[in-house]
Design a protein around this ligand. Structure first.
Ligand SMILES: Cc1ncc(COP(=O)(O)O)c(C=O)c1O
Length: 367
């Protein structure tokens, strides 16, 4: 098998199947994918009914207004339906936004999801990268790069952050949002992993939408609702901003809509997710700390851990890959080759990863 290259995206299961010569079906069932941080707890889906409904509707275009889905999302995220646009996944939304907005300047608060830099370099007049130190959000207010921004500039914040999983309190950003508003600049907040922390209003920037027309929130739905194979996402913003940036006629398919409607209706998902995440994450952190290959684990509020190993991640991947385990290096986030982002999975799966890492250690000790 060829040596893994630094990954831009996690979740390369199909590439793994091709490289290892495994039939796709086998790879899909056998691979333990720690490289994509997807909810290990799946929503309750009535598959026969989902397939039947999809089959019935496939010969027609989807509901262009996606009324039922928007109503369900409005109830779940406590937001007006008029402030919701659906998109063909958040990765597509990032590019649609930059392409239609053509910002004069984009300030990327780093490290962050690499698609932002890609889209900004393609469509923005100027791109500035500023390392974000969560402990000191107010220091950003005085940063020289954030004074005198040209109108139609956008600052990009991912909260909780990737790959570290730090959470920054939205209230702390209010002076910053006002500061941007006076400069006719905007704040784009990516809350992809926020549902893993909770849906309560205090965690999100959503409540600020009523006072700030310079705020746009990207809400990935594929992580929490465990469906990256379906391409759907939601954007929350004032109506006018949505209309200028997200006006695809049918952004999500019939299948995507039906799946998400059922997932949103599962009353047990939140409790099951929190139960799993709290205990599985604690156990995984404790177990990783016992390994000599692990140098540091960042404190994380999310469903993944930023781990610094005592060697390049490529060396660790070379051992894990033949055992069907994928982990993700963090070079696309601008970190060095020894950092990996590891998804928290089910306890038995996490234990397999820890065992494999321990074997790697034993192997080295014997050499
Ligand atoms: C921070 C962040 N935002 C957005 C996305 C896009 O997710 P999707 O296109 O599945 O909605 C990702 C995917 O990894 C991500 O890490």
């Amino acid at each position: 098998m060829s040596k893994p290259s630094p990954s831009v995206h996690g979740g390369q299961v199909y590439a793994y199947a091709r490289q290892s010569g495994l039939p796709e079906e086998e790879a899909l069932t056998q691979v333990l994918d720690f490289s994509a941080s997807i909810n290990a707890v799946t929503p309750a889906i009535d598959w026969p009914s989902l397939l039947q409904t999809t089959q019935q509707r496939l010969a027609h275009y989807p509901d262009q207004q996606a009324v039922k889905l928007k109503q369900a999302l409005a109830a779940r995220f406590a937001i007006d339906t008029a402030c919701i646009a659906l998109t063909h996944g958040i990765t597509a939304a990032i590019h649609d936004f930059f392409c239609s907005q053509r910002p004069a300047c984009v300030v990327l608060l780093t490290p962050l999801y690499s698609e932002y830099a890609k889209a900004a370099q393609r469509f923005a007049g100027e791109v500035i990268e500023l390392p974000l130190h969560h402990s000191n959000v107010n220091a950003l207010l005085d940063h020289p790069a954030l004074q005198n921004l040209p109108p139609n500039s956008w600052v990009i914040l991912v909260n909780p952050s990737t790959p570290q999983g730090h959470f920054s309190r939205p209230q702390d950003w209010l002076p910053f949002l006002s500061h941007l508003k006076t400069q006719q600049a905007g704040l784009l907040v990516d809350e992809a992993f926020l549902p893993f922390i909770g849906f309560e209003a205090q965690y999100s920037f959503r409540p600020f939408l009523k006072d700030f027309n310079n705020l746009l929130i990207l809400q990935s739905l594929t992580k929490y609702y465990a469906c990256p194979g379906a391409r759907l996402g939601a954007v929350f913003a004032p109506l006018q901003l949505l209309q200028t940036c997200f006006d695809s006629a049918w952004p999500v398919s019939v299948f995507d809509q039906q799946y998400l409607l059922q997932a949103l209706a599962d009353p047990t998902l939140d409790a099951r997710t929190q139960d799993w995440l709290h205990s599985a994450k604690r156990e995984l952190i404790d177990a990783l700390h016992t390994l000599a290959v692990v140098e540091k684990i960042d404190p994380s509020h999310a469903n993944y851990l930023l781990v610094r190993f005592n060697r390049p991640v490529a060396e660790i991947q070379a051992t894990l890959l033949p055992q069907g385990m994928l982990i993700r290096d963090c070079q696309s986030f601008g970190l060095d080759a020894c950092h990996a982002r590891i998804a928290v999975k089910l306890p038995t799966e996490n234990a397999r990863l820890v065992d494999a890492l321990r074997q790697l250690e034993n192997l080295n000790a014997a050499e």
